[in-house]
Design a protein around this ligand. Structure first.
Ligand SMILES: Nc1ncnc2c1ncn2[C@@H]1O[C@H](COP(=O)(O)OP(=O)(O)OP(=O)(O)O)[C@@H](O)[C@H]1O
Ligand SMILES: [Mg+2]
Length: 271
């Protein structure tokens, strides 16, 4: 039978020193190594990662095979990968939302740059990688998610008369003001009404256990956006922009707004 050229301790130590390119940390620093066992000519490794990683196992296994040679000898490497999504910090003044580990706001200073498209795709991509995901359409004046998620005309129900059950599409829990209003009628609401409606949509929806709640923000950097950025306990923001100078100028304003309320900007998406 094949035997590895090293003990399980030596293999564990070498494994722990591997730097994951997505985490920019070693597996030891990420506390990712759960088990290393040598059995029947195979080295079995169990890892836990803090991000959605269903499709990552193949790539990681190849990298680890290279990293662990020649300690493996003629042995096969079996990799079991598990995700336990990390809950990241929110603004110091706010409490995280019940069952929701991370709220991620998708925003921009400018309208029509692809926020809703990016928010929907981010939610779908995380769900495809095995995460539990919700999508909140915070664009009270122009909700897009009912159409984008194929839920036009659908109505959420309330089981207890207080909380709404989100609608489910493509493995994502969706809530939008668009489910409640006639989308053909323009909304003539003032700022405070808008923030109140949003606070209700966020807090009075039965989200269940979620790893990520993606919030599709309305365009602009006015009062509504500022209030939202101050009230919603977000782990981070994604700023969407098109490449034109004017769009970038607006996107920078959006970025500054989040910095002002101590929300980490996770990245830019240039459509
Ligand atoms: N990467 C892309 N390439 C080309 N077209 C895109 C891309 N992303 C979005 N679009 C298109 O651009 C238009 C606006 O997109 P979207 O509704 O996502 O923008 P938005 O920023 O949410 O707009 P609003 O500010 O009105 O909410 C849509 O027609 C969409 O299909
Ligand atoms: Mg939109």
């Amino acid at each position: 039978m094949n035997q590895p050229a090293a003990t399980d301790n030596a293999i564990r130590e070498k494994l722990s020193s591997y730097t994951d390119p997505y985490l920019s940390q070693t597996l030891a620093e990420a506390k990712a190594v759960e088990s290393v066992t040598l059995q029947n000519g195979a080295v079995s490794v169990g890892l836990v990662l803090g991000f959605p990683c269903a499709d990552y196992a193949g790539e990681l296994k190849t990298a680890l095979q290279n990293h662990l040679q020649p300690l493996l000898g003629q042995c096969r490497l079996d990799l079991t990968l598990r995700a336990q999504i990390t809950a990241h910090a929110v603004q110091r003044t706010l409490k995280p939302l019940g069952n929701v580990k991370n709220i991620v706001a998708v925003a921009s200073g400018k309208g029509g740059v692809g926020k809703s498209t990016t928010a929907a795709n981010l939610a779908l991509a995380w769900a495809a990688q095995g995460a539990k995901v919700g999508l909140l359409d915070a664009d009270i004046y122009g909700p897009s998610q009912p159409l984008m998620m194929g839920l036009t005309g659908a109505k959420p129900v309330s089981e207890d008369g207080k909380h709404l059950t989100p609608l489910r599409a493509h493995g994502v829990e969706v809530m939008s003001i668009g489910f409640m209003i006639d989308q053909e009628q323009p909304m003539a609401w003032r700022g405070p009404m808008v923030t109140q409606a949003l606070t209700q949509l966020l807090g009075e929806t039965n989200w269940g256990e979620l790893d990520y709640l993606v919030v599709d923000m309305p365009p602009g950097t006015g009062d509504i956006q500022l209030t939202l950025a101050q009230r919603v306990p977000v782990s981070g923001a994604v700023i969407v922009t098109t490449p034109q100078d004017i769009a970038l100028l607006d996107a920078r304003k959006g970025l500054k707004m989040f910095e002002k309320v101590e929300v980490r900007v996770l990245g830019w998406w240039r459509t």
